[in-house]
Structures are given as structure tokens and as C-alpha cells.
Design a protein around this ligand. Sequence first.
Ligand code: NAD
Length: 459
Amino acid sequence: MSFYTPVAEIPKIVAELRESFQQGVALEIPYRKKQLLALARMCTDNEEQFAEALKKDLNKPKAESVLFDIRFVAGEVARLLEHIDEWATAEAPTVPLLNKLDGNRLVRDPLGVVLVIGAWNFPLMVSLCPMAGAIAAGNTVIVKPSELASHTAQLLSKLLPAYLDPKAYRVVNGGISETSALLEQRFDSICYTGGGAVAKIIMKAAANHLTPVLLELGGKNPVYVAEDADLAIAARRILWGRLLNAGQTCLSPDYVLIDKKLQPAFLEAARAALNEFYGPDPKASPDLSRIINDAHWKRLSALLTSGTVAIGGQTDAATRYIAPTILVDVPHDAPVMQNEVFGPILPIINVSSIDEAIKFITSRDKPLATYLFTRNSKLQDEFLKRTSSGSTCVNDTILQGGVHGLPFGGVGASGMGSYHGKYSFEAFSHLRAVVYKNPGMEIVNTIRYPPYSDKKISW
Ligand code: NAD
């Protein structure tokens, strides 16, 4: 592809960024702030252009691009700027009385050269939010956006050098060959967002250099709808979460667990919600994204036979359209229940109690998110105690990912490590323990020097 970075240039780019790091180019706090401001300005100055690129890549509605990609990055940068002085300041730790004679400090060191590998679904957010955290922590950064969102990747590689210092921050474009060439190099941290299969390749490559990894993956995020839930509200919030970016969202509710006797009312509420969001013909709505490419469209079309289509089911290959679809009578081992759906298809699985729902959830990989619709605080507590997931949102979906002050990340198969705000600063820095000893007072040190004697340990 013409916009890909030549593979032969990749080692040189990494070497340049390492040299810049060694020279302390990215270290000083005023410099970091200037670069962060420039990153936010890049997003806001070019909002229209980014929205157009996202429209070309995913037919993303402008409102979704602005709120969940472009301004999300600007918001994350604002939070980092607000707190960078506080987070970068060395702390005085609490130490035992004896050690108080010394100076003790906790210092936040940058890690070095950070590689950020992004996915295509929210291509700005998943590339630039980790990048912002790595800049705030004083690292030099290479960002490798997903080649599948090609218009956004190209625009990013054009704009980033115009706003940020190319001595410290670079974009490398490409697919498997270019990413593999990057992974041969030594980095000090790699943040990867994408699927679990590639995450294993990333982690193996990182192991060659003992490079720490931050893995932001996906999973099948369950929603349990309890008997006391307001079904109209549950249906709207679940379908909004399922259909944001046509379901190509890592935090998307993946399937619904609900008692069979509630199913007809839930479906009724779902039909009303879909009509409200997209009108009688969702294909004609400007507010529904399309599937990223033909391969994913084919994969999703095949999943439509995993159960009985209760709502939707229409497809159009030419425009990579899949209608918002709800499947019922879905066998537990149906293809749609094997892997993350990552599309606008919502299977319903019937369970007769919270115990059955929890058993179903915990017999599978730990998801990135779990969702629960109930006002019953005992049920909420029980659900939290007996399940594990990257995050949980009670009585809504997806929104926990945007709450300032909360970490964002998975657990088990859904990821490793977390970021956003302070958690990014921590993820891309090392907490160095520093002790300042008094160069005098040698007499008190003689106890630890040889020759040893029983007297020296008789206290
Ligand atoms: P993708 O195909 O864009 O791949 C992600 C990155 O990996 C890309 O930059 C790509 O170039 C690179 N890559 C692909 N194959 C590679 C290989 N063989 N070797 C080296 N690099 C390679 O994205 P995807 O994997 O389809 O992303 C979708 C997944 O990402 C879903 O599971 C989704 O849930 C997850 N996701 C997670 C988050 C999160 O923050 N947790 C956010 C978005 C997406």
C-alpha cells in the first residue's frame, strides 16, 4: 500500500526515537505539556477532516466520531494536562522510623521508547489515548494505527508531524509486515489494542526483549436483565451499546441473558427502541455505521443462522450493511456464542435465575465488561462478587469506559493492564525507589561490615 512506511526505514525510526529519549528530548514537563496541547489541537483543528475520514472508513455518523473518537482524545489530553504536575512530582513515602534518618523518594521515571499499536474500530481513541499517556509520562512514542481504517491512518500520519515534535513522536503505517518489523526492535513498553490471537504474537515478540505489554483486548460482554428491570430502558441502553459503531465496539454488550418469560416484552421494547433510533428502515438511517470490510461482513452474515431471527436479519453486501438483529432460540454452542460478535447482532440466551446467568458467564473467558439491569442492590452485589470482568456497568452499557478517574482495561483473556488518566501515567512510567543516605555517620554503619561477630547480631 502506498501509504505504508517502507519496512527498511523502521529500524532507523526506532533508533532515532531511542537517541532522542537518551538525550532527554521528551523529558521536561513544559515540553510534555506543549506536545499534549498540540495533540489536542490536532484533534480539534481537524475535527471535520477526521470525521470525514471515519465516515469513509466505517460510515461512522459524525456525532459518534466527534463524541467517541475525536473529542474523547481531546478530553483525555485535558485530564492529563490538569494533573501532570501532581503525578510527575516525586512522593515522600511512609517509611519506618529508622529509615526516616535518610531521604526517601518515589520518582516517576519514563520507560523509554513506547510502541502503540491501534485497532480500526475507534482508530483515534485507541491510538492517541495511550500515546497521550506515554507523552505525559515523558516517553518517546511510535504509533502504528490500524491499516484497516486506512483513511484515518493516512490523515493521522499527515497531521501528526505538523503538530508534534517528530524527534520524539512518529507514526508508522502498515499491516503485518510493518508491524512485524517494528516488533523485531526493542521497545520499553508496547500497548496493543486488538484481538486476542494477535495479542499472543505481540506478547511473544515482546518477550524477546523482556518488554512489558499493555494488552487491550475484547471478549463476549454479557448483559443480565433481571426480573425487576425496566425493560424499555434496558432495551434502549442495550441496543444503543450494541449498535454504536454497528456493534464494532470492544465494550459492546455481546449477548443478553434473560428469563424466557420476559423475552416477549423485551423484544417489544427492542422494536420500539430501534424504531426510535433508526426509523422503520435502518438501512436508510444516517446514524448506523457499516461493517469495516468484506471479510468481517461475510463473517457476520454467517452468524445470522445461529438462531431464529426475531428482529432484523437483512444484509447488503455492496454497502456492507447488516441490519440491527436480535437472535432468539440460540444454542449455547452456536457459532454466534463462540467468539466476540463485533457487529450489530444480539443473541438472547434464556436463563431462569441469576445463579444460572452467573454460571453461564463464569464458564467462559473473563469478558472486558459485564452489564446488569436491576435496581436490586443485593443482586448487584451478588453479581459483582461472583463474576470477574475488566469493568461493570449497572443499568447501562459502555459508559463506564468514559468516566474520568476510572481505569480502562481487561482481565484474563480480555486484556492485561489498564490505562486512561492517572492509570496511563502509571502504565507508561516506572516508580523508582530512591534513598539518599548520609555520607557521614560512618560509625552507625560498622554493624553491617565484616568482620562479623555474634555480638553484631545479638540485638
Ligand atoms: P486489527 O485487525 O486492526 O488489528 C489490531 C492491530 O494489530 C492492527 O494495528 C494490525 O495492523 C495489527 N496486526 C494484525 N495482525 C497482525 C500480526 N499478525 N502481527 C502483528 N500485528 C498485527 O484489529 P482487530 O484485532 O480486528 O480488532 C478488533 C478487536 O479489538 C476486538 O476484539 C475488539 O474487542 C478489540 N478492541 C479492544 C479495545 C480495548 O480497548 N480493549 C478497543 C478496540 C478494540
